[in-house]
Ligand binder design. Structure first.
Ligand SMILES: NC(=O)c1ccc[n+]([C@@H]2O[C@H](COP(=O)([O-])OP(=O)(O)OC[C@H]3O[C@@H](n4cnc5c(N)ncnc54)[C@H](O)[C@@H]3O)[C@@H](O)[C@H]2O)c1
Length: 359
């Protein structure tokens, strides 16, 4: 578990706080008593978690670009953070085919800028760079990736995340290696879902949008296997890693955060779960394509996080999807989403999430 005593009063510079995972991270950090200094582009959806849970009311919210080194330097220097968690990214595969230059600029040079801004600040104890399970070279063999496996990635998004890993390694070896230097780690998680995500071409948001509109969900690759997880699980893992890293330099390096084997299932299985939870005539149909290449099989070996951080996912697939459907249904009913989101967070922290929907 995370330790509120560690987080209380800590200053956390969080990039990407207006995004899906970043907004959950901001909510959790505030719940643990940290001060959050967010740095990101504006939210892209009026029903995002950031907007609906009114995250801006509770943190230092700055809208700015990580491609702007001077702005980033100034913002980080002003915050004088204890911890930097870097989540800002162009986070999707399909747009990375449409906008490869922007994807590499944000994900690679943006990471350089975050590390560059951080290296001149003595207040920083820990830097966590959130990359992706797609940073590994995927030969399609189906073996679960371990942290020391070869980096790669064919599409621009995956490749940019492998590059962000290499950039982080270089900065750690070159600049964060002396006495008193910040300790630097990377976190590689898989597909996550949860309330407040509206990203295009992600299965769960696509499903929620289709069901809210009373339309059939169109599915590209029903047989693709992915590790599925509620966003709060890896986010809790990230915070546990930061805590351990602050106390022990041996926790530097790369860390996988993924679900247990039972949650590594096909797209079709997740869709069947969602349809059962949603009810109301929810349905799916095959989307014949053409579609750009995406790896059919991707699994993570998370033995390192389990053994050394004592981290295990708190939610199984059914619990995670149940919370997610509840969130979108609450939005549909016009409920107070800040309250709903905080209640969901509390349930996860207290281990009181029932299987399936919590209705
Ligand atoms: N969601 C997933 O399934 C998943 C899986 C693996 C890894 N990740 C990684 O987790 C992190 C967060 O992902 P997410 O799902 O919350 O993505 P998201 O698209 O919801 O949010 C991205 C965030 O990055 C910010 N951002 C993008 N470009 C920026 C720029 N140039 N300058 C400043 N801010 C910028 C956005 O404003 C937003 O706050 C990303 O690094 C992503 O690659 C996500």
């Amino acid at each position: 578990m995370t330790d509120p005593a560690f987080w209380h009063g800590k200053k956390v510079f969080l990039t990407g706080h207006t995004g899906f995972k970043g907004a959950w991270a901001a909510l959790l950090l505030r719940r643990l008593g940290a001060s959050v200094y967010g740095y990101a582009l504006p939210p892209t959806h009026q029903s995002s978690l950031f907007v609906t849970a009114r995250i801006a009311d509770d943190i230092k919210h700055r809208v700015a670009d990580i491609r702007d080194l001077n702005a980033l330097r100034a913002a980080m220097a002003e915050a004088e953070p204890d911890i930097v968690i870097h989540m800002a990214a162009q986070a999707l595969v399909r747009p990375s085919y449409e906008e490869p230059v922007e994807t590499f600029a944000t994900n690679v040079m943006g990471t350089v800028h975050v590390l560059e801004a951080a290296r001149h600040l003595r207040s920083i104890q820990v830097i966590l760079n959130v990359t992706s399970d797609k940073c590994y070279e995927n030969d399609g063999a189906g073996t679960a990736f371990r942290e020391d496996d070869r980096l790669g990635g064919n599409d621009p998004y995956s490749n940019s995340k492998a590059c962000a890993e290499l950039v982080t390694h270089s900065y750690r070896q070159s600049f964060f290696n002396g006495q008193g230097a910040a300790r630097v780690a990377t976190a590689r998680a898989g597909n996550v879902f949860g309330g407040g995500d509206w990203a295009r071409d992600r299965l769960v948001p696509d499903a929620m949008q289709a069901f809210l509109a009373g339309e059939a969900l169109r599915i590209r690759n029903p047989n693709s296997v992915r590790p599925w997880q509620h966003a709060l699980d890896p986010v809790l893992g990230y915070l546990m890693l930061v805590e351990r890293l602050a106390g022990d330099e041996h926790f530097v390096g790369g860390w996988n955060f993924g679900p247990d084997g039972a949650s590594e299932v096909t797209v079709g299985t997740v869709v069947d779960h969602l349809i059962a939870l949603w009810g109301d005539g929810a349905r799916w149909t095959a989307d014949a394509g053409p579609h750009p290449h995406e790896a059919a099989f991707l699994q993570l070996d998370c033995a390192r996080a389990r053994a050394r951080l004592n981290w295990t996912p708190r939610l199984n697939l059914s619990q995670g999807l149940g919370l997610t459907v509840d969130w979108y249904k609450a939005l549909q009913r016009g409920q107070d989403i800040r309250r709903v989101s905080l209640e969901q967070l509390e349930r996860v922290l207290q281990d009181t999430v029932p299987n399936g929907a919590s209705r």
